[in-house]
Write a protein that binds this ligand. Structure first.
Ligand code: EPZ
Length: 424
């Protein structure tokens, strides 16, 4: 298993771009089975999650050709494949393929999903919407069976503004007969991007990015080409890499409005933030001041930035309180950060961080994708060497994270188990 060796103490300075968005790419790769003609996707992140997703598409008969970050996907002839349970468990959004696939195939089986262990991650809202659209979905022995004779437009209220359920229902409704309205829809940028993609291949969706989305179903959807927008969470992570090291980092070719919650919080913490049409720059003093953070559905502070933000606040001046309201156990980073000398205690659903002057390098274990990113940020500022293990979690969402960090002046080395013996 690969791991990262990080030698801390260097300010990160410079300008970078980030890859296409993992979560938009996964949303598009779930609903692309609706396209009955070839689709050319551009700027697709080359990460383990997207690679697994395209293998899943091939099991259902899609033809997939990777050409760098361009991916040609032809779903004109689909079959009711039987995907391997291990493969499906690897990524949660395999579940989001059920609605679009049953719209095309009429019946299919799909193992229940997996994904980062950050909470129970129920799918009740997905199932509520699919049932209202006319799909019959049962679960037996960890395998979902979905069937439908006719999908009909409906009105659905989401008890929680679930990003996944909104994506899943929106894409399935694109092929239902009649109009569907989703109330209390999620407003994450991933929803807006997915609606843009679906409209590009012939769907008729309005209101994405607002709490009410209206979808007029079509008999079939065609092909086209679509560029995946930049990854807002990668951008936020690398902005924080600049901030935690007292550096000065600019991320280019991104949507600054996707960073609004983060940059305002960082200004509160004493960072300098500037932004232009398609870039954001963050500079920080040698020590930030503590702030309180509450994660909320978009446009609130994004839950995916919670763990990297916690790492950043470990070395800020004073006390910070982080309240995670989206996932009940997105806490895998806390024990590991405390091993590095952080002072974080958990108090009724919140993390109370007592800022310390410095962290010390240690061997730490990533427990999920964003916890892994948090440990990398901590390693950048820790004295000595930090060894981050289980970095397969990080590779799910960051393409070669060590290359990006080193391009900003960090000293990060990816080592295999055997190399580790030599390096130590
Ligand atoms: C997506 O997950 C992202 N994953 C997550 O990013 C992100 O944290 C999350 O949206 C929120 O923004 C992908 O896009 C692949 P949800 P998803 O449905 O779709 C509850 C990362 O690090 N809920 O909005 O699973 C659920 O328990 C990942 O890149 C229900 O109760 O998010 C959770 O508390 C992690 N019933 C909350 O909603 C449902 O049917 C958020 O879930 C569905 C969800």
């Amino acid at each position: 298993m690969d791991s990262l060796l990080i030698r801390g103490g260097r300010k990160l300075v410079g300008e970078i771009e980030v890859s296409g968005s993992k979560n938009i790419a996964l949303a598009v790769l779930s609903s692309i089975v609706l396209a009955e003609e070839p689709v050319l996707l551009r700027n697709v992140p080359n990460i383990s999650d997207t690679r697994i997703k395209t293998k899943l598409l091939e099991i259902f008969g899609a033809k997939v050709e990777w050409m760098g970050t361009d991916v040609l996907v032809d779903c004109s002839n689909l079959v009711a494949g039987e995907p391997d349970e291990e493969m499906v468990r690897a990524i949660r959004t395999s579940f989001y393929m059920i609605g679009p696939l049953v719209a095309r195939l009429g019946t299919l089986k799909m193992p229940a999903p997996g994904g980062c262990k950050i909470g129970a991650r129920p799918v009740d809202l997905h199932l509520k919407g699919l049932h209202l659209l006319g799909a019959k979905i049962t679960l037996d022995g960890g395998i979902y069976t979905a069937t439908q004779k006719k999908l009909k437009g409906t009105e659905v209220y989401l008890d929680k503004p679930s990003a996944g359920a909104t994506q899943h229902i929106m894409s399935t409704a694109a092929r239902a007969e009649g109009t569907t309205i989703i109330n209390n829809a999620a407003m994450e940028p991933e929803i807006t991007a997915l609606a843009d993609f679906l409209n590009r291949i012939g769907a008729s969706i309005e209101g994405a990015g607002t709490p009410k989305i209206t979808i007029i179903g079509k008999r079939s959807l065609g092909g086209g080409d679509y560029k995946i927008p930049a990854d807002r969470i990668q951008a936020g992570t690398f902005l924080l890499a600049g901030a935690i090291t007292g550096g000065d980092v600019t991320i280019r070719n991104i949507l600054p409005e996707d960073q609004t919650a983060l940059v305002n919080k960082m200004r509160e913490a004493g960072a300098f933030v500037d932004e232009g049409v398609d870039w954001v720059r963050i500079g920080a003093p040698s020590r930030l001041n503590g702030v309180n953070v509450t994660t909320m559905p978009h446009p609130g502070f994004p839950t995916d930035m919670q763990q990297p933000m916690a790492a950043t606040l470990c070395v800020a001046e004073g006390t910070s309180i982080i309240e995670e309201t989206i996932y009940e156990s997105r806490t895998g980073h806390i024990m590991e950060l405390n091993r590095m000398g952080a002072q974080i205690r958990q108090e009724s659903g919140s993390a109370v961080i007592q800022g310390v002057e410095s962290l010390r390098g240690a061997t730490v274990y990533a427990s999920d994708l964003r916890a892994g990113a948090a440990l990398c940020l901590a390693g950048l500022v820790a004295e000595g060497e930090t060894h981050v293990r289980n970095i397969h979690f990080i590779d799910r969402g960051y393409e070669a994270i060590e290359s990006t960090l080193n391009a900003l002046g960090a000293d990060v080395q990816r080592v295999t188990e055997s190399e580790l013996v030599k390096v130590r």
